[in-house]
Design a binder for this molecule. Structure first.
Ligand SMILES: *Cc1c(COP(=O)(O)O)cnc(C)c1O
Length: 381
């Protein structure tokens, strides 16, 4: 056999992964093997995955257009509903043009592959998402990674006019934000391009939920490439890249996972479009989420586990050892709470953590119940 499929090493290190047996997820509740849990592991920060407006938009579009786009965008897949969605996203975020991808993973890979060639340099925060890191490693461009949010290190690495800096709006495993004031200054001074992956900031932060840049008071045109996903706060799935018309025209020609992939199903585009409209007027939901975050942080300060420096809906509790992290997660599960246990290689060694994600759909009582269960579980390991 030409391949080694053995997982014994991972098993021995307690790092083997299994698909959980989930029957159904309804936003902040889920059912697994017949038992109902409170879900603190999703990214549905505003509860939009269950919004009646999105459900009816999906159903209506399926009736009107059918369920498939039937082709890749450049063949005949790109339809009026896709154009309408692109325009809505571009207007919302204040960028010239937008293109849609089936996933954030493929958008990031396509962008890096299409744009960077030998002779370019790619500067990335060490905690950037796997889709960015992996594309960077495979790219013929030189990749330099800077320590998380370390702007002095980035400043030292930068060379004038030679490539692209990528960081995240809200970091997916730590919940803290990139320093976009410094990033945009460094990009401008060094004449390099700047890209934001705002998967976890979009919809949640900033004016009308425009994301991390708006939250930090950075003009959209300071950042050359905007990437965001529709699978987190927008509650659906899919992703986009936004920027200048010239950039998007270039990517239409060179982004291979765009050119050679079936376009988003029209009902999905319709659901996302409904989410984009909803999220711009969702200040009440965003305020509710902020209240839950404040409630959780106040309560968790009394736990024997340390909170990380996050003020967002991603509230990791650092455990350290993988085994202890799994034990606490399992105990929480026995008590009816589903919390992600994040282990290496997703996060650095000895930094296993419970990744607790909060949603506007959680009630005050849900958060209180979680805090009580966390106290009991943490005391028993
Ligand atoms: C989830 C995520 C992605 C990938 O997006 P998908 O649409 O789920 O493939 C990319 N970047 C970041 C930071 C993410 O959190």
């Amino acid at each position: 056999m030409p391949f080694n499929l053995c997982l014994a090493d991972r098993e021995a290190a307690g790092l083997r992964r299994w698909l959980p047996a989930i029957d159904q997820v309804n936003g902040c509740q889920l059912v697994s093997q017949g038992k109902t849990y409170l879900n603190f592991a999703g990214n549905d920060y505003l509860g939009l995955s269950q919004a009646p407006e999105l459900i009816s938009a999906t159903a209506n579009a399926a009736q009107q257009f059918g369920v498939g786009a039937v082709a890749s965008p450049l063949v005949v897949g790109h339809q009026a509903i896709h154009r309408e969605l692109e325009t809505a996203v571009a207007d919302w975020l204040g960028v010239e043009a937008v293109m849609l991808f089936s996933s954030g993973f493929s958008a990031n890979q396509a962008l890096i592959k299409a744009l960077l060639t030998k002779g370019h340099t790619l500067w990335q925060d060490k905690l950037n998402h796997a889709s960015l890191q992996e594309a960077g490693m495979l790219s013929p461009a030189r990749q330099q990674r800077f320590a998380h949010n370390n702007m002095r290190m980035l400043a030292k690495q930068l060379k004038p006019q030679s490539g692209l800096i990528i960081s995240e709006g809200v970091f997916s495993m730590d919940g803290d934000q990139g320093d976009w004031r410094s990033l945009s200054q460094l990009a401008e001074q060094s004449n390099n391009w700047l890209m934001i992956d705002d998967a976890h900031g979009l919809g949640v932060l900033g004016k009308q939920g425009r994301g991390t840049l708006s939250e930090q008071g950075i003009a959209a045109d300071k950042v050359h490439i905007h990437m965001g996903t529709f699978g987190k706060a927008l509650g659906v799935s899919g992703a986009f890249i936004g920027g200048s018309r010239a950039l998007i025209n270039y990517l239409h020609n060179h982004a291979r996972s765009y050119v050679y992939s079936t376009h988003l199903p029209p009902p999905q585009a319709a659901a996302i479009l409904a989410a984009v409209h909803l999220v711009q007027n969702a200040d009440e939901k965003r305020a509710q989420l902020q209240a839950r975050i404040a409630q959780f942080k106040a309560g968790a300060a009394n736990l024997p586990l340390s909170l990380m420096a996050s003020s967002t809906a991603i509230q990791p509790l650092l455990v350290g050892e993988e085994q202890a992290c799994m034990q606490i997660a399992n105990q929480l599960r026995e008590r009816g709470f589903w919390v992600g246990a994040i282990r290496p290689p997703t996060v650095p060694k000895k930094s296993a953590r419970l990744r607790i994600t909060l949603s506007a759909a959680h009630s005050k009582a849900d958060i209180n119940a979680l805090l009580v269960a966390l106290q009991k579980a943490a005391n028993s390991v």
